[in-house]
Design a protein around this ligand. Structure first.
Ligand code: GCU
Length: 663
């Protein structure tokens, strides 16, 4: 008997050891080791507060901080307009974290642990931080059947069929990871929303998740289906101006807040891609949003109303959201925020910023980014997105004399609450995101939502040193590789302003020739590239759709002239002759060929760089990333060959002799 017990203990020991050693990416960037009992005996964590969030902060430090005493202090004089901010100071041998609220203490604790993990010096600390946005949100496009729209990391984390009875340990791990980077709000379900999420049994499940997330400072929001009053409440319709409909929403909001007192509000995709909305009843977006806003107002809830609307009309898709929403400026209630995709089409590898930003001075606006790589090689391609996020946030709209960047407009407008959202790339894969480097995009989104001023490079370095190793021999080359990776994907997929030439519906590979007779033109690649015997590109100047006019001066003039349009947007705004001379003296056609080839070369360079790092990290992650880079290199060649061979049928020009022949 004794032998059997001993055997089981040994077996468990080995299993546990193996699990602890597993380098499957499941720990994300949170790789600090738990303190031992003797280490803990040498330092004190002092936290006089008992609320759930402060207790989480104290527990994190208790478990992982090994560098002396820490005091957590709430400061009654902390400015009210800086919630969640904190200050970290060294006072003698002790470190003090002070903040205006408990979430500030939590973020301060994670900041300290981040410094420890990176091996930073801890003497003489005096750090003050405050977030760029009040709401730093993830949007999950998770369906109630467990699938994830545009998700490439397995099924949904949320086990709706098991909730509320069974609690996956990953709920808490997810909340902790978010809190560690400052994310404080999550929309649990897909914008193409099932009305069922609002049914009483689902709300119990939502409440369970909200209860788990709350100690991490995270509030829950839901996407709603605008037809819920009819579909769920059996009303004859869902016309927002009918009192019985408004009353249904009010009762529903009251029901939700009884369960979840800090519920955040509703995210709404209305009259977009077949979803129902106020226009079904001849009402405006403002009518619909304000009706919901009234239901949420007594509870201080918000409506996040999406501006992603377009229809298959004769009008350029890129212009439609602006046309629809700008006339409504000033009509939205103050607890409505317009949630706007970063570009005017749809999360392409590169788009100019959406001209709606700054065009509605009386309306609160927020940016929606896509962290999941729908148009960027899914979870097969290493594409670090911080440079893409920064490109939009830093873009100058010229709509105000100061603070006219997209970041400025979304932080300081008529907002009750400022906000930013990213469509999550998280699923139940062991490494959460499908590709080890896709974790960096979750990380960078959260950190940029906290501070839009951080640089892509510093964030890459921070993430690498926490996730892999602080060894400069690894951090230096890989941070450069990461920052270059976004430009590489633009080169091998859609250089010079090309966009939306993806294969139909799944959006993985190239299909510039794609056409479905009778299909929606605005879903066909030719609609966007317009290649013909004369040239290629979408004429969005006055001779074409005139979308340039939606940008303010001097941008509309700059974008509107071939000579002054930045070449990275050239084919976005212009239909350009194949023989057009580019700035480097080559023809447009040759430039296109060189750009595609450069993208391929860049990925091959990434492979060489990665291979040279063998031995500098664990074998498992080394090999897994190596395999994914092989796929990426294969796909880059596929993109190059498919696009060039197809466009060559129009240009009738040869591939420059110095370049590889398409195969
Ligand atoms: C894209 C995406 C859809 C998604 C939509 C949206 O079009 O392909 O899956 O529903 O964006 O943002 O609403």
């Amino acid at each position: 008997m004794g032998n059997i017990v001993w055997y089981i203990v040994c077996l468990l020991g080995i299993l546990c050891h193996q699990l602890c050693q597993a380098e499957d990416g499941s720990q994300l960037w949170l790789r600090y080791a738990r303190v031992t009992a003797s280490e803990a005996a040498f330092r004190k964590i002092h936290c006089p507060y008992r609320d759930a969030v402060a207790s989480t902060a104290a527990a994190e430090l208790q478990d992982y901080w090994r560098r002396g005493d820490v005091d957590l202090q709430l400061d009654k004089k902390w400015p009210k307009w800086q919630p969640d901010g904190y200050r970290i100071r060294s006072l003698g041998s002790k470190t003090v974290i002070s903040a205006g609220n408990s979430t500030g203490l939590l973020y301060g604790a994670f900041h300290l642990l981040r410094l420890q993990q990176q091996g930073a010096a801890m003497q003489g600390l005096d750090i003050s931080e405050k977030p760029s946005y009040a709401l730093r949100m993830l949007n999950h496009w998770d369906n109630l059947d467990g699938t994830v729209e545009r998700g490439y990391a397995g099924h949904s984390l949320w086990k709706w069929e098991e909730l509320p009875g069974v609690i996956s340990p990953r709920y808490r791990e997810y909340a902790r990871a978010n809190a560690s980077i400052g994310i404080n709000a999550v929309v649990l379900n897909n914008v193409n929303a099932s009305p069922l999420i609002l049914r009483a049994d689902y709300l119990e499940k939502v409440k369970t998740l909200a209860d788990i997330f709350r100690p991490y400072g995270i509030r829950v929001f839901l996407s709603i289906n605008f037809s819920a009053p009819a579909l769920l409440g059996n009303l004859p319709d869902s016309d927002p101006l009918r009192p019985v409909v408004a009353g249904w929403w009010k009762d529903k909001a009251d029901e939700i807040y009884r369960l979840i007192p800090d519920f955040g509000g509703f995210l709404v995709k209305a009259n977009s891609e077949g979803q129902p909305g106020p226009q079904d009843y001849g009402r405006t977006h403002a009518d619909g949003a304000n009706m919901l806003a009234a239901a949420l107002r007594p509870h201080r809830g918000l409506v996040l109303w999406r501006a992603f609307v377009y229809n298959p009309t004769a009008e350029d898709r890129a212009k439609q959201a602006y046309q629809e929403f700008v006339p409504l400026d000033g009509q939205f209630d103050d607890n409505v925020i317009l949630q706007i995709k970063n570009g005017p089409i749809d999360f392409q590898p590169r788009e100019p910023f959406n001209p709606l930003f700054g065009a509605m001075p009386k309306t609160s606006q927020m940016v929606e980014f896509q962290i999941t790589q729908e148009y960027l090689g899914f979870s097969n391609h290493l594409v670090y997105l911080a440079p893409l996020f920064k490109e939009t946030l830093d873009a100058q709209t010229y709509s105000r004399s100061e603070a006219g960047t997209v970041a400025g407009i979304t932080q300081r407008g008529p907002h009750l609450v400022s906000a930013i959202a990213g469509v999550a790339n998280i699923g139940e894969d062991r490494n959460w995101c499908g590709h080890h480097f896709a974790q960096a995009n979750w990380y960078a989104f959260g950190r940029l939502a906290w501070n839009t001023g951080l640089s892509s490079n510093s964030l890459a370095r921070e993430w690498l040193s926490m996730t892999f190793s602080p060894d400069p021999a690894l951090v230096n080359p890989l941070s450069e590789l990461m920052v270059e990776s976004r430009e590489a994907v633009v080169n091998y997929m859609m250089p010079l302003g090309l966009h939306h030439i993806f294969a139909f519906e799944h959006h993985y590979g190239p299909e510039p020739w794609g056409d479905i007779p009778g299909g929606r033109p605005d879903w066909m690649p030719w609609y966007y590239h317009n290649a013909d015997l004369l040239g290629i590109g979408f004429d969005r100047t006055a001779t074409g759709s005139n979308a340039v006019a939606q940008y303010r001066s001097p941008l509309r003039e700059q974008f509107g002239q071939i000579g002054s349009c930045p070449e990275q947007y050239l084919l976005w705004f212009h239909h350009v002759p194949w023989k057009h001379r580019m700035k480097n003296g080559r023809s447009l056609w040759d430039n296109l060929c060189y750009a595609y080839q450069q993208g391929v070369d860049q990925v091959r360079g990434f492979q060489r760089q990665w291979d040279s790092l063998e031995g500098k990290m664990d074998t498992q992650r080394f090999q897994e990333v190596q395999s994914k880079l092989k796929i990426q290199a294969r796909d880059a060649v596929w993109w190059r060959d498919a696009c060039l061979l197809y466009f060559q049928t129009f240009s009738k020009m040869p591939i420059p002799a110095a370049l590889e022949r398409p195969v």
